[in-house]
Ligand binder design. Structure first.
Ligand code: ZN
Length: 126
């Protein structure tokens, strides 16, 4: 049986995307989106990670304390999303996630390049 090089590449790209998004979020967010607690924060997903169309969307992922990330109350997260981004953007993210769009590996690679550039441009202190 031949192991697929393509799928291991995809997995690697996905792992790098998870990592860069997590770094961006932890530099960007100063408090937990759902309880306002201060760091340490982790990258908490509003629409679950299985929805690949929004898995690396910088509005779908927000800093969350360990307790909120674990407790995972979607209604509370949704209210916090509406306060932070507005109803329109929150609805758009929900629709996009549920549309279940499959991104090609080449598209993920492009996204990774953009996010890596963006991450390098973020000032740690600010
Ligand atoms: Zn919290």
């Amino acid at each position: 049986m031949k192991t697929s090089g393509a799928s291991s590449t995809r997995k690697t790209v996905e792992q790098r995307l998870d990592k860069v998004v997590s770094e961006i979020i932890r530099k960007r967010d100063r408090v937990c989106i759902t309880c306002d607690r201060e760091p340490p924060l982790s990258a908490g997903h509003f629409m679950k990670r299985r929805h690949t169309a929004t898995r690396w969307n910088l509005h779908n992922v927000n800093g969350q304390c360990m307790d909120c990330n674990r407790d995972d109350n979607w209604e509370v997260y949704k209210d916090a999303m509406i306060i932070k981004y507005g109803l329109e953007e929150t609805s758009l993210i929900i629709s996009l996630a549920r549309a279940d769009i499959k991104l090609a590996t080449s598209e993920l690679e492009q996204l990774l390049e953009i996010l890596n550039k963006y991450n390098r441009g973020i000032n740690h202190k600010h």
